[in-house]
Write a protein that binds this ligand. Structure first.
Ligand SMILES: Cc1cc2nc3c(=O)[nH]c(=O)nc-3n(C[C@H](O)[C@H](O)[C@H](O)COP(=O)(O)OP(=O)(O)OC[C@H]3O[C@@H](n4cnc5c(N)ncnc54)[C@H](O)[C@@H]3O)c2cc1C
Length: 383
């Protein structure tokens, strides 16, 4: 596969880089320290089209292809994973799911506000008792007239308190994957409560919440996809989400490389730059090679998706490798900065904290390996 970027793709990447350098990177450390992002960033993201990037043009989106979209997400990840998550979740996990599985009416009702940044969406799959095994989720949807009432608890939901609308996966039937339905739920509905989760290792400025649903009423128009088809909706969102997350991880790793090259060239010990020591160059070379390899896996997965081919396994390769690389790169970057890497005057400590979650969410590294192993052998190690 040839991944040389076209002039249009270079322009997308450069536009994203300029925006991130001007509007995000200068604030990232302060948002991290204060554990709050200035919410004005949502309107700014919308003004450059990033909250519409992956959405169809007929509903206000930019209609970018998957590879083009990863160019934007990589730059966001390099600038600040807190902001990258807003785009990946609202425009990606939520928006792409509505675009793919929604009726014409649902798309027209939900997507324009999302693209304009006047509303955000979140994706609520995980529960206290159902993380790696979402088919075991317990949130219930019981029939009420021609609609349903939802009750249960969701945990670790990105944008759970900021979003106006949530994709809530709930049980409408039999145990297991086939009894799950996806609902579009307004977060200001009676019986819906979001409680922010504090004390995170990283992504400190990002909104993460527990959701409580107590008899929340939804109508027949709020079912996304088919009744009983929710697991398919959830997994298809992750097939795309994992490519986007992989791109965000490449951004973290690239940011670590850029910061480390600059710092080690500047810092002197023993009368010479620390960059001139071979063992420091080894740290930099490892980050550089792994970052490039991760980028190629992300682009391979994106190109597969752009061709319209099934890309579940390619997305797992990309997500698994890129997330592990982000953690290794950030750890090596802290090493290259010495003691200065341990304080937040430099970005690498934050990169390490923000990277750490990426091997956990959207399927842990262990789960990605099981998906890859299943594809290689035909044996399902989940069951
Ligand atoms: C900051 C943050 C944001 C998040 N955002 C969202 C969101 O927006 N929406 C959402 O729905 N969820 C979200 N999540 C949840 C995330 O996807 C889950 O935490 C993740 O899927 C892992 O589930 P768990 O935490 O229950 O871990 P568990 O499933 O309990 O896993 C614990 C350990 O056991 C291992 N393990 C589990 N099963 C197996 C197996 N079969 N074989 C081998 N090892 C196994 C895991 O790899 C892990 O090491 C978020 C999480 C965090 C921390």
């Amino acid at each position: 596969m040839d991944f040389t970027l076209s002039p249009e793709q270079e322009l997308i990447r450069e536009t994203a880089r300029s925006f991130c350098d001007a509007e995000i990177a200068p604030h990232a450390a302060e948002w991290d320290r204060s554990e709050t992002i200035d919410r004005g960033i949502v309107a700014k993201l919308a003004s450059v089209g990033f909250l519409a990037a992956a959405l169809p043009e007929e509903h206000g989106g930019m209609g970018l292809g998957v590879l083009d979209y990863t160019l934007v997400v990589e730059e966001l990840g390099r600038a600040d994973s807190n902001v990258r998550g807003i785009v990946s979740v609202s425009n990606g996990l939520y928006g792409k799911s509505v675009a793919r599985w929604g009726t014409d009416g649902q798309r027209a009702r939900l997507l324009p506000a999302l693209a304009a940044g006047t509303e955000l969406g979140c994706y609520a799959l995980t529960e206290p008792g159902a993380g790696s095994d979402p088919a075991g989720l317990q949130t219930s949807a019981t029939r009420d007239g021609d609609g349903w009432r939802l009750s249960g608890q969701k945990i670790f939901i990105t944008l759970g308190s900021w979003a106006s609308s949530a994709l809530v996966f709930a049980r409408t039937g039999e145990a297991g994957a086939r009894g799950i339905t996806c609902f579009v739920v307004a977060t200001d509905a009676d019986g819906f409560e979001a409680r922010p989760i504090k004390g995170k290792l990283g992504l400190r400025a990002q909104d993460t919440a527990e959701l409580y649903l107590d008899g929340v009423a939804v109508g027949p128009d709020d079912v996304l996809g088919e009744v009983g088809g929710g697991f398919k909706v959830a997994m298809s969102a992750l097939d795309h989400g994992r490519i986007s997350l992989g791109a965000g991880c490449v951004g973290i790793a690239q940011g670590c490389l850029d910061a480390s090259v600059a710092y080690t060239k500047e810092r002197t010990q023993f009368g010479r730059s620390v960059a001139s020591f071979q063992l420091v160059q080894e740290l930099l070379a490892d980050i550089a090679v792994e970052t490039e390899a991760a980028r190629l896996l992300v682009r391979r997965a994106a190109a597969t998706a752009d061709r319209g081919d099934r890309h579940t396994v390619e997305a797992s390769y990309a997500k698994y490798f890129a997330s592990e690389v982000a953690v290794r790169a950030a750890n090596a970057a802290v090493q290259a900065h010495g003691g200065y890497g341990y304080v937040d005057e430099y970005p690498v400590g934050k990169y390490l904290r923000d990277a750490r979650v990426t091997t956990l969410y959207e399927g842990t590294s262990q789960i990605q390996k099981l998906l890859i192993g299943r594809a290689l052998t035909g044996e399902n190690a989940f069951a």
